[in-house]
Design a binder for this molecule. Sequence first.
Ligand SMILES: [Zn+2]
Length: 150
Amino acid sequence: MILPGHIAAAYLAARALGTDLCAGLAASMFPDLVDKPVRWLFRLTPNDRIPAHTLLMCMLTSAGARLLFGRRFSRGWLVGYGAHLLCDQANAHLNPGRLYLWWPFKRYKMHIGPTGLASSLDDFTPASLVLEGIVVALAVAAWLLGPEER
Ligand SMILES: [Zn+2]
């Protein structure tokens, strides 16, 4: 999934679970803000889904969020991070590449992934773009119709 879908999914998850929206939105962008530059700019990894698209990083950053910002923020962070990983897992079934959730504890045959936004978008199938559109439409509908403080 790409940025609009990640933000939409984190919004929906935070609304559904009643967790901190700011933490969830921040966490929903974190894995890509780490892994894309590591792959695309520095070419340090074989693809753009390690090291931040892993359960280890999810748990470590959630623990760090707890220490720095407290329980409510860390729960929101965990939900947003989980929404990101869940969306990318769904996407991995529709496009080349996959998630390596148990890295570095499990050895994987790594997909050699794209090295930039254009090549990354070339990997997207129409089905994944439809999924992205559905998630974004649901979030917009929830935002417009929801009983939030505004
Ligand atoms: Zn991602």
